[in-house]
Design a binder for this molecule. Structure first.
Ligand SMILES: NC(=O)c1ccc[n+]([C@@H]2O[C@H](COP(=O)([O-])OP(=O)(O)OC[C@H]3O[C@@H](n4cnc5c(N)ncnc54)[C@H](O)[C@@H]3O)[C@@H](O)[C@H]2O)c1
Length: 451
């Protein structure tokens, strides 16, 4: 049997799943010279990709996709079985969303594991299956491997290799992070499988760390849980700070200078969202409960994260007394800047609550309007220009701090709003600058505001 090491320079990679992780990983592999095929269940997305157009917005992705497709190093397909058959290594990058009890929905993982098994049944050469999707400990060994073995008739470690390789990219920086990871975590079924993965990542300039498969699976949950906890810590302190008329950003600056802590992820705001932190913390909590482990810390992270958007609503209420009939210009619908993704965006609970108080919302977002429209049929007016959303509104609320939103000046607010009031859910602006220029500023963790 030909060893993959001999093939390394002609190695072909199949990436199953054309989302943020799948496509940016496939692009990064192509950039390192590996011929990569990325699959999706949606034919129009594969067609778009083959024309050099990514199916979603992510900074820098458009140019790189165009370049890699142009060079013949990247292609799209809807055929998982063929993609695996004609490659040497397969990365599973399908979504693993939450079920209603918070646990992980592994249905897409099961489907692609069957496809891999079907492909391997028709293949003679060694193949390595890599789980990159975020899955709870035990999933690769107790679900993926048994399905692939049953369908292919081969044995892990003999007929095919297996690794678990969690992804740590940030949406909005996905291309940068895929090309420049901090570290690469390799969970290996056996040394041969781990060696193949380490060879693929040989040119990536960062530590490659090798673990058992279960440890690799858990590292991803531990990392996301800690990041969510850091944000939540700053958020909890934001409400304490407000009562003392202290700026939480000053406090966290002083805290973060301690090298044991570091300043990142201490920015207080109206809560974390997105497709990862809420789902991953919920999943590990659900798993822990199932195995009889209590998680009071993570339970309260999830609880506090629901309080924070309601705290933004309280700040909005404080500006205006009764909100009945008020018009709010709502800036930023995505869960954070530089992405059109609205999964678990804090915009939704805030806007829903505003409608309960009789508010009318005029919303602006550079990329997320279409996705947000799918989340709610509230009678929101949507605008692609922030000037139009602000025009004639009673006050402005900021939920995600896009660069376009950061660039709005005190003069713009004064010129366009009925009242010069800004309620800032993300510390988008320097409050002192806005206040000095005649804006009534309210913000999460800011001082001198009635709460
Ligand atoms: N988005 C992030 O920031 C991020 C970061 C690290 C890890 N992750 C994890 O990576 C995984 C993927 O996340 P994502 O954000 O890319 O998800 P996503 O929802 O953007 O993409 C998942 C893709 O898988 C595709 N898919 C589903 N079933 C398929 C099938 N049978 N064949 C081919 N494609 C199929 C879907 O069509 C979708 O395009 C998840 O487990 C997630 O938790 C995500």
């Amino acid at each position: 049997m030909q060893k993959i090491g001999d093939l390394m320079k002609d190695l072909r990679i199949a990436v199953l799943g054309m989302g943020y992780v799948g496509l940016t990983s496939a692009v990064a592999f192509a950039k390192h010279g590996f011929k990569s095929v990325c699959t999706t269940t949606t034919p129009s997305k594969a067609e778009k990709l083959n024309k050099g157009i990514p199916p979603f917005y992510e900074p820098e992705l458009g140019d790189l996709v165009k370049e890699m497709v142009g060079k013949g190093l990247l292609s799209g397909s809807t055929d998982n079985v063929d993609a695996v058959r004609f490659s040497n290594v397969t990365f599973i990058c399908v979504g693993t969303p939450s079920l209603s009890d918070g646990s992980v929905d592994l249905s897409a993982v099961k489907i692609v594991a069957k496809d891999i098994g079907n492909a391997l049944a028709k293949k003679g050469d060694y193949h390595v299956v890599v789980v990159k999707s975020t899955v709870v400990p035990g999933t690769t060994e107790n679900l993926v491997i048994p399905i692939v073995e049953k369908v292919s008739g081969k044995r892990a470690g003999n007929g095919f290799g297996v690794c678990m390789n969690p992804e740590f990219l940030r949406q909005g920086e996905a291309v940068h992070d895929s090309l420049n990871p901090d570290r690469i975590v390799i969970g290996e079924y056996d040394k041969s499988s781990g060696n193949v993965l380490e060879d693929i990542y040989k040119e990536y300039d960062c530590p490659k760390m090798r673990f058992s498969i279960k440890a690799a699976e858990l590292i991803k949950y531990a990392a996301n849980s800690l990041l969510a906890t850091k944000i939540t810590f700053a958020n909890e302190f934001s409400r304490i700070c407000e009562k003392f008329n202290i700026d939480v950003y000053e406090v966290m600056k002083g805290v973060g200078m301690d090298f044991r802590i570091n300043p990142l992820f201490l920015n207080a705001g109206c809560g974390f969202g997105g497709s990862c932190f809420p789902k991953d913390v919920n999943a590990i909590v659900a798993l822990a409960k199932n195995i009889g482990v209590e998680t009071p810390l993570l339970d309260s992270v999830l609880y506090t994260n629901e309080l924070q958007p309601m705290h933004l609503v309280d700040l909005i209420k404080n500006t205006a007394g009764s909100l009945e009939g008020k018009v709010v210009a709502f800036l930023g619908l995505s869960f954070k800047p530089n992405t059109g993704d609205t999964r678990e965006t804090r915009a939704l609970p805030v806007i829903k609550k505003l409608y309960e108080f009789g508010v009318k919302v005029r919303a602006y977002d550079p990329k997320a309007i279409d996705n947000f429209k799918r989340l709610t049929d509230l009678p929101i007016e949507y605008f692609e220009k922030w000037e139009e959303a602000l025009k004639g509104a009673d006050l402005a609320v900021v939920q995600s701090d896009w660069e376009e939103i950061r660039a709005i000046t005190a003069d713009d607010f004064k010129r366009l709003l009925k009242n010069p009031i800004v309620v800032d859910g993300r510390r988008t602006y320097n409050p002192e600058v806005l206040i000095a220029n005649g804006i009534k500023y309210y913000g999460i963790g800011w001082k001198n505001q009635l709460v």
